[in-house]
Design a protein around this ligand. Sequence first.
Ligand SMILES: NC(=O)c1ccc[n+]([C@@H]2O[C@H](COP(=O)([O-])OP(=O)(O)OC[C@H]3O[C@@H](n4cnc5c(N)ncnc54)[C@H](OP(=O)(O)O)[C@@H]3O)[C@@H](O)[C@H]2O)c1
Length: 213
Amino acid sequence: MATVLVIGASKGIGRETVKQALKAGHKVRAMARSEVRILGRLDNLETVTGNALDPEAIERALQGVDVVIQTLGVSAGPEMILKPVRIFSDATRVLVPAMEASGVKRLICLTGFGAGDSRNRGGMLYNTAFHLFLGRAYDDKDRQEQIIQDSALDWVIARPGILTNMRHTGTYRVLPDPEDWRSGCISRANVADFLVKQIDDDTYLGQTPVLIE
Ligand SMILES: NC(=O)c1ccc[n+]([C@@H]2O[C@H](COP(=O)([O-])OP(=O)(O)OC[C@H]3O[C@@H](n4cnc5c(N)ncnc54)[C@H](OP(=O)(O)O)[C@@H]3O)[C@@H](O)[C@H]2O)c1
């Protein structure tokens, strides 16, 4: 069983990842700027309040860790549309050298369908809405993915389709081959299922699978 650092653990996919990783028997250090609240058996959980942009906080959080799962997000709203987004690349520029320096090899990162070479692959409606509302965030996810792909780490980049709050079924499609990429929905809980499986499964190392149900 691994010791896993989840960065972006207070909400959404990150919080669900913490719950499922604990259930799978891993030890989890859960980090976010706000308090991480998880119910249930918490013997193997350590929560850390910290900013992913703070190199010292990241260096401390990496101590004793085997695997990092990065699930950062930004609040949807006018800011995300009108202003440049930097959080994804800035946080990854802090994280990757810190992992390389401390010998933590495996990074599982969440971006989204439309990042990197999956841009403009979703059909006309998806692509138009994407450019209008998510263009700036995904420009930064492009930079984030590039930093990871240029690193010496063992990485998996997960690119889910449109997120829902439906339940955890464990049934979804993992599409590593660009020929199969298309838009679709997937629950945050099923994305977390995939992220947790990558902790000790090498199948998708160095790949950027799209996830849809
Ligand atoms: N919405 C969609 O349909 C869709 C589709 C594909 C991919 N995605 C992507 O999926 C990702 C996750 O989405 P989600 O809805 O699960 O996320 P979310 O609910 O917005 O959660 C984001 C997490 O990141 C943490 N965070 C943000 N800035 C941080 C910082 N500087 N330091 C530490 N923690 C920080 C937040 O906690 P604090 O605020 O407490 O720090 C929170 O725990 C996002 O990147 C999103 O773009 C979304």
